[in-house]
Design a protein around this ligand. Structure first.
Ligand SMILES: [Mn+2]
Length: 313
């Protein structure tokens, strides 16, 4: 692996840069991408963020901090993208031409000319912060907002076990640089659309316990989504529901993405490893939060998950 000084040197030499986020982008991939985009644009370079899937409305403010630029791409960076499949609709076009991969997932399987994967960072945005320092970039308000959003969302507002002393220091520095931390945290953690709450009401009714309550499973289907009147981009944040229950080691959330395909999000409490669980199904992530995709009907997929959980618990 390389160091940030090398990453900085490489980026300074480049222009016309595409920055890729992961599919159904979250606060960290978007915060990292737009912060990096701002840093590069402020250095006089052409840069743009390429997302995949719909972007939830609450993240729109992040894109307002950068200029919309048209150019012939010469360099490709991925941020917070752990695996080629997570590029979503951009996979085909980009998976073999990524020049630089910046990520904090230990399981990272992206093929790139240069990789900077730093697992001790709670968020990819923490790496962008360190990179900004090395690049001697000014932290403007939009850049501070991007980095703050990434750190805050990936640490669950500084509550998850991945949170470090450094996460707080970076957040504090972003506050000092003018990040709209209060608006950001309200938008990320408090506000919900009525459709989202409607879906949650239905999801709670699907809750099931296994192995003396050590495993909890919830699910959402396309039919439920339609009933709630909720857009695909808004269905997120459900995964924290089963993990919040006392005694649950492994909280499993099944989300039907298309007929017969379920995206599985796993959250664990002390005593279980979510990444280990998801690797059984070809996925990955962190010890406390991981994901994978499993095909089959709702009941088939659930049976497979329970069987795997039994071996691990
Ligand atoms: Mn992340």
């Amino acid at each position: 692996m390389t160091d940030l000084l090398t990453v900085s040197r490489i980026l300074k030499e480049q222009d016309n840069i595409d920055i890729l986020t992961h599919h159904y982008p979250d606060g960290d991939t978007l915060g990292s991408a737009y912060a990096l985009c701002g840093i590069l644009q402020n250095m006089g370079k052409n840069a743009r963020v390429i997302t995949s899937g719909t972007v939830a409305g609450k993240y729109e403010f992040l894109s307002e901090g950068v200029k919309k630029q048209e150019f012939e791409r010469e360099f490709v960076v991925s941020v917070d993208v752990a695996a080629p499949t997570l590029l979503g609709e951009n996979q085909q076009e980009y998976e073999n031409i990524i020049d630089l991969c910046i990520d904090h997932h230990g399981t990272n399987s992206i093929e790139a000319k240069v990789k900077y994967v730093e697992e001790t960072s709670a968020a990819a945005s923490e790496i962008i912060y360190e990179l900004a320092k090395v690049m001697d970039a000014e932290i403007t308000v939009p850049i501070a907002n991007g980095i703050y959003t990434g750190v805050s969302t990936d640490t669950g507002c500084f509550r998850y076990t991945n949170t470090t002393h450094r996460s707080h220091l970076i957040a504090a520095e972003m506050m000092a640089s003018g990040a709209d931390w209060q608006d950001i945290n309200t938008a990320m953690f408090e506000m919900k659309t009525r459709a989202k709450l409607e879906l949650e009401r239905m999801v709670y009714r699907t809750l099931e316990y296994f192995f003396d309550g050590r495993v909890a499973v919830i699910h959402t289907t396309l039919e439920m989504q339609e009933k709630a009147g909720i857009g695909d981009d808004e269905v997120e944040g459900l995964a924290s529901i089963p993990r919040r229950i006392e005694g649950v080691l492994l909280g499993i959330t099944m989300r039907e993405k298309e007929n017969g395909v379920f995206k599985i999000s796993v959250r664990s409490n002390k005593g279980a490893n979510a990444a280990e669980f998801c690797q059984i199904f070809g996925g990955g992530g962190h010890a406390a939060a991981a994901g994978c995709t499993v095909e089959g009907s709702l009941e088939e997929v659930k049976a497979k998950l329970i069987e795997a959980a039994e071996k691990l618990i």
